[in-house]
Write a protein of this length. Structure first.
Length: 83
């Protein structure tokens, strides 16, 4: 399994209402320093089965989303009323 596939597998494991940082996903996918690569991989994903919107920056800021940052925030709020 290549790094991209590992990233997608890790992101699929993030449960509704939860988030993970790009850095956490990179670490779980086997490349702890590749958080930028994780962002680039997710930026190009359009498969709705992979919940990219649940991956955020380590600082807690939502970060980018290929369907628009506003949509990312909306999805996160719908899944978790704590935001």
């Amino acid at each position: 399994m290549n790094f991209k596939e590992k990233v997608f597998e890790e992101v699929k494991k993030i449960k509704k209402g939860e988030t993970a940082s790009y850095k956490e996903v990179a670490k779980k996918a086997g490349r702890p320093r590749a958080w930028r690569a994780v962002g680039n991989i997710l930026k190009k994903n359009y498969n709705l089965e992979i919940p990219c919107h649940r991956v955020i920056k380590s600082s807690g800021i939502p970060g980018g989303y290929n369907r628009g940052k506003e949509n990312k925030i909306k999805l996160l709020k719908e899944e978790n009323d704590k935001l």
